[in-house]
Design a protein around this ligand. Structure first.
Ligand SMILES: Cc1ncc(COP(=O)(O)O)c(C=O)c1O
Length: 371
């Protein structure tokens, strides 16, 4: 019998059979507004500094990198102090290849067979994948009509399901909804009552875009040993291509992550890029203010044209409701504007781009949706 070399029979885990890899379409069109990237490329000065530091790192690439990336952790703590006023020691910071890997480390350490991870849908579509990949049971509560998490219902679900991990994106993707401090406090109290313990992860991938008056969960860390606040350099920093995510938590919790990480998971090149970029934080973040203003103007414009729009503290906006959202998405794409077909039925998500991107998006939407 000859083996079928094209389609060998592989011992694939049953839960992976027939699944496609996750990922939004990567298309070459003029207006890329589908994965919540920062539309502004790093300046020449930032590029030059990164290139200089990468050259220095390259000269030492025969050696493994600092596997505890002490200098980068100190720099990230310094950044959070300026950004949020949070006073954190380097031992309270952990980093990985994007916050995707941060979440995986968390699920590897605190999830696993016989354990449960819990979140509130609609939310980031990668969460169930981290659970699946770590053989963690996945449970979702529903968000309310306005996409808020009801604190009492959340506390009841946590008490009933006894998760070891709760994942809360704030601002939430794809809705843009921030989690009010009072809701988070109720959830943290409920999690503290779970037998065996429960880690609450607040995923602030879009934290820097929050509106005036919305506080980061970082300020709760001193009194909440089971709280994790995750951040990324992919969005506000405009460094999605560098793959740098990080979190802040108690040093004790981070010790658990150090057990599951692969040795030397953050390359010397990644560490050099991140550190050089952090030196330029004010310049790299200069556009955050204008992106926020652009977002608020877009929300107003969409509402002014009779559409429903979710409140957004992020660099994207969820809007609708369309009888045939795929036709709208396709019509925009035909006009060179790529947005995301995601969220509840009938809704679409658009990332905030440059003023030119936004004009192209609005012009195309007027045509396609007949606004
Ligand atoms: C809520 C949320 N968390 C985490 C991520 C992952 O970001 P990264 O892995 O680039 O840090 C994203 C990316 O879109 C996201 O929307």
């Amino acid at each position: 019998m000859t083996a079928d070399l094209d389609r060998p029979s592989l011992p694939l885990r049953a839960e992976l059979v027939g699944l496609e890899p996750y990922g939004a379409p990567q298309l070459d069109v003029p207006h890329l507004l589908n994965v919540n990237e920062n539309p502004y490329a790093p300046s020449e000065a930032v590029v030059a500094d990164i290139a200089h530091d990468v050259a220095l790192a390259a000269a030492g690439l025969n050696r493994y990198p600092d596997r505890d990336f002490a200098a980068l952790r100190a720099d990230l703590a310094g950044y959070l102090r300026v950004e949020s006023g949070a006073v954190l020691a380097p031992e309270q910071i952990w980093a990985a290849n994007g916050s995707n890997e941060i979440m995986l480390h968390l699920l590897q350490a605190f999830g696993g067979p016989g354990r449960t991870a819990l979140s509130f849908a609609p939310t980031y579509s990668m969460y169930p994948e981290y659970a699946r990949d770590t053989s963690t049971r996945w449970v979702v509560g529903r968000r309310a009509e306005d996409f808020a998490v009801d604190p009492q219902a959340a506390a009841a679900l946590i008490a009933a399901e006894a998760p070891s991990v709760v994942l809360l994106a704030s601002p939430n993707n794809p809705t843009g909804t921030a989690l009010p401090a009072e809701t988070l406090e109720v959830i943290l109290d409920a999690a503290a009552g779970v037998p065996g313990g429960c880690v609450v992860v607040v995923d602030e991938a879009y934290g820097e875009f929050r509106r005036e008056g919305t506080r980061s969960a970082l300020h709760l860390l001193p009194e909440r040993p089971h709280l994790v606040v995750s951040r990324t350099m992919s969005k506000a920093f405009g460094l999605a291509g560098a793959r740098v995510g990080y979190l802040a938590a108690s040093p004790h919790l981070i010790d658990a992550l150090r057990v599951v990480r692969l040795p030397y998971h953050l390359s010397a090149v990644t560490q050099a890029v991140a550190r050089a970029a952090l030196r330029h934080a004010p310049a790299l973040m200069a556009q955050v203010g204008s992106l926020r203003a652009e977002r608020d103007a877009l929300v107003e414009w969409l509402r002014g044209h009779g559409l429903r729009v979710a409140e957004s503290d992020a660099n994207f906006v969820l809007f609708g409701v369309f009888d045939d959202r795929h036709a709208i998405w396709q019509g925009l794409l035909d006009r060179g504007v790529l947005i995301r077909e995601t969220g509840p039925e009938g809704w679409l998500r658009v990332s905030i781009g440059t003023p030119e991107d936004m004009t192209a998006f609005k012009d195309a939407l007027v045509e396609v949706a007949g606004l």
